[in-house]
Write a protein that binds this ligand. Sequence first.
Ligand SMILES: Nc1ncnc2c1ncn2[C@@H]1O[C@H](COP(=O)(O)OP(=O)(O)OP(=O)(O)O)[C@@H](O)[C@H]1O
Ligand SMILES: [Mg+2]
Length: 521
Amino acid sequence: MLFRHTRPSSVAGVLARITTFCIVGLESRPVAVEVDVRAGLPAFVIVGLGDLAVREARERVRGALLNSGFEFPQRRIVVNLAPAHLRKNGSGFDLPIACAVLAASGQVPAASVAHRAIYGELSLTGEVRGCRGTLAVAEAARRAGLDGLVVARERALEASLAGDLEIVGVDTLAELGRILDGEQAVPPLPDPRTAERPSRPAPDLADVRGQWTAIRAVQVAAAGGHNLLLRGAPGTGKTMLARRMPGILPPLERDEAIEVTRIHSVAGAELAGGLADERPFRAPHHTISPSGLVGGGAVPAPGEATLAHHGVLFLDELSEFNRHALDALRQPLEDGHVTIIRGQRAARFPTRFMLVAATNPCPCGHAADPKRCRCTESDHARHRRRLSGPLLDRIDVVVDVERPTADALAAPPSADTATVRAAVLAARARQAERLAAAGVMCNAHMDAALVRRLVRLEPGAREQLAHSYDEGAISARAHDRVLRVARTIADLAGRDLVSAGDVIEALNLRGEPVTPVAEAA
Ligand SMILES: Nc1ncnc2c1ncn2[C@@H]1O[C@H](COP(=O)(O)OP(=O)(O)OP(=O)(O)O)[C@@H](O)[C@H]1O
Ligand SMILES: [Mg+2]
């Protein structure tokens, strides 16, 4: 099959041009791979601001071509990656470079690569490997008006999520050669049902014994999308409860699932089954750096806050986290996105996650039991300082997780995931109806104006709130947060008006004691 299609002139040189893409942040930018093959001393040069992986493509491309039964032209081969000013990183350039060499040396028809983008890594033996960011690349290829995209077979389903694009999923360069030559048809997409998925059975709330109050807090937080702090002694089940949160959240909507898939693919996750089907649950260790948490790096990469987008970010042992890392979370928590600027480049990463945090009430963890607590007053003060501040201001629900009694541990579970999830879904449906016009998903995301407009109170509820405010139990800032949580509690009960009881429960879910109006009077 050598040199059948165009015979390269020994003087003029033959140019082949293939479109591929380079990941920048979560976006993908078009890159033209231009290959010039001409007479001269044999050489293989890649120009165009490639990083180390791109420069190393030379070796992989040469090996893959030779080991796939193709000729590696003994001429002067120059590969140019355009635009020249864009820094190119990653190994996705291997396959388009190899195909451009094949087209420029007449080993595949130039027309077969003119309307398709190509994106993939090569092994020395000619296997095609998937690259991170395939979905973002497929979407960009569709936007650029290309007809098709060639990727590794393991990434074909992911690429197909972009829709309206012919996806050519191949295992080897030799197979791709036959397809481009027209000797072999484009293989059908793998069946998503048989595609491998790591099957992790989600943990069930029924594993947690006792803890009725804490489970209720978890339910309220999930129902309204509220940030949650679990506070309690070691071994009381805080981590257990947090890990059960994704299981009671509503399933991902399709556009959310696409966004989650795009993010995790760029971050390098294996997504054999195509679409992500679970809400993310991220639990970074407390030694994480600010850039690990919110994103950063010389080539801006998403952090844990973005990997938790549409899911849960769990900060276990909150008081152990680096102060700077927690401070860095403020903007993403407030705005739902974070912008990372590195030199000339800015990348914007979405960060709409639910924050779940857990902490001991004091350094030794036994503050609730004065006989066991070994901490001094200054230990307590230091611990409170570490936990106070702007981050805590953004947590609507705080619950004390108490040590379960022996009876509770022996008794049947207080709740199970299926029942709690059904209640959460019903409450979310009520919110969706009320909030759809405002473009907001759940009660936690209502701003002050929406709270005033959409949270309607029974007279008793108004009185209770005024009483707690006058008593100094809540600040002006906390006022709206109480109303948001009270609204969620009313949604769980299927009520249109917020009652005094809802307000009292919302006040209790702030982790501070409250006096009801009736008792105070
Ligand atoms: N309420 C509970 N019901 C059933 N098992 C529990 C309960 N609380 C704790 N356990 C058991 O104790 C183990 C430790 O719980 P977990 O790790 O959730 O505690 P924790 O509150 O996060 O503690 P730490 O503060 O040390 O992180 C669990 O794996 C579980 O086996
Ligand atoms: Mg724990």
